[in-house]
Design a protein around this ligand. Structure first.
Ligand code: NAD
Ligand code: LMR
Length: 334
């Protein structure tokens, strides 16, 4: 069996982590042959709760989980880690946009970027879940200059999973038969869920989902809005933000980053933009990517119609505004 790798989860005493830690520890992310040492970071007042989580992880009797290190010290948490799930941050409440969390959360990602820079392995893969995830990931990367920019990502996989589920329900097939739905841009209400290139698997042969459904109006309106507002709908119903589905998406994202994507299939990840498809550069923008040998590549050459380009431009503009806002907050707090 391989040597254990160190994996950190921040916000480890919170809602998302409660589902995510089990998925990671039972081998859903790094594989059934990969032993793990889990580093669990939370803030000092949560150390008692975290102790309970550590007890439960022990009581799960999971063979791959070799040890657990609970801590409130980022220097300990990020030491020699190969993968980082940055979940710890304040969630939004009903009536808020995720962007409203910048003031409360952006500083966390500055501090954690600096701690990653000093302590993590240089090939660490970082997934930012805490909102606003794209801008937090951009800030984290800026404060970790010794780690390649390509190693920082933001989670839009939950949006992708939501979009895939909506298309599957519309077509009337199991969700596993839908692929290549894209989320462009920001994990916010300006995101563009795009099913133009989505595929439906019907008895082994693949057809275009839009051609199958023949309802352009549904794709441009109901589908887009349902996915854009799904996070808010869950908050309105649960009085808390999504947790189980967010954990599943985080596990999917990191698994694909480590294990790769199947031939001909792509997934969506917030990654440092190179300006592809007219997106602004140097923001963390969600693109369709393929992954091989733990390296993602933006899918090039997709046909983009006028509607799609307008949506891509709009979400890009929001990310530029958030970037300005984030650096204003950081410089005011220095
Ligand atoms: P939660 O409040 O249940 O848990 C957050 C945890 O983070 C708490 O235990 C808190 O003490 C901890 N924390 C706060 N500051 C910290 C710091 N500096 N270092 C380490 N830990 C810290 O929230 P949750 O439901 O688990 O959500 C966490 C974040 O994930 C929120 O910002 C939420 O909006 C976001 N989220 C993102 C997505 C996505 O798709 N990108 C989906 C769901 C939730
Ligand atoms: C989600 O999409 O469910 C999360 O980002 C939580 C939220 O604030 O909507």
């Amino acid at each position: 069996m391989a040597e254990p790798i160190k994996v950190v989860v921040t916000g480890a005493a919170g809602q998302i982590a409660y589902s995510l830690l089990y998925m990671i520890s039972k081998g859903d992310v790094f594989g059934q042959d990969q032993p793990l040492v889990l580093h669990l970071l939370d803030i000092p007042p949560m150390m008692g709760v975290l102790e309970g989580v550590v007890m439960e992880l022990m009581d799960c009797a999971l063979p791959l989980l070799r040890s657990v290190v609970p801590t409130a010290d980022p220097e300990v948490a990020f030491k020699d880690v190969s993968a980082a799930f940055l979940v710890g941050a304040m969630p939004r409440k009903q009536g808020m946009e995720r962007r409203d969390l910048l003031a409360a959360n952006v500083k966390i990602f500055q501090v954690q970027g600096e701690a990653l820079d000093r302590n993590a392995k240089k090939d660490v893969k970082v997934l930012v879940v805490g909102n606003p995830a794209n801008t937090n990931a951009m800030v984290c990367s800026r404060f970790a200059p010794s780690i390649p920019k390509e190693n920082f990502s933001a989670m839009t996989r939950l949006d992708q999973n939501r979009a895939q589920a909506q298309v599957a329900a519309k077509v009337g097939v199991p969700v596993g038969d839908i692929s290549n739905v894209i989320i462009w841009g920001n994990h916010s209400s300006t995101q563009y869920p795009d099913a133009t290139h989505a595929l439906v698997n019907k008895n082994g042969s693949e057809t275009n989902a839009a051609a199958e459904v023949k309802d352009d109006c549904w794709f441009k309106n109901v589908f887009v809005e349902t996915v854009q507002k799904r996070g808010a709908s869950v908050i309105a119903a649960r009085k808390m933000s999504s947790a189980m589905s967010a954990a599943k998406a985080a596990a999917d994202h990191m698994k694909d980053w480590f294990m790769g994507t199947p031939k001909g299939k792509f997934v969506s990840m917030g990654v440092m933009s190179d300006g592809s498809y007219g997106a602004p550069k140097d923001v963390i923008f969600s693109f369709p990517v393929t992954i091989e040998n733990c390296k993602w590549k933006i899918v090039q050459g997709l046909e983009i119609d006028d509607f799609s380009q307008k949506m891509i431009n709009n979400t890009g503009k929001e990310l530029e505004e958030e970037r300005t806002e984030a650096f204003n907050i950081i410089s005011n707090k220095l």
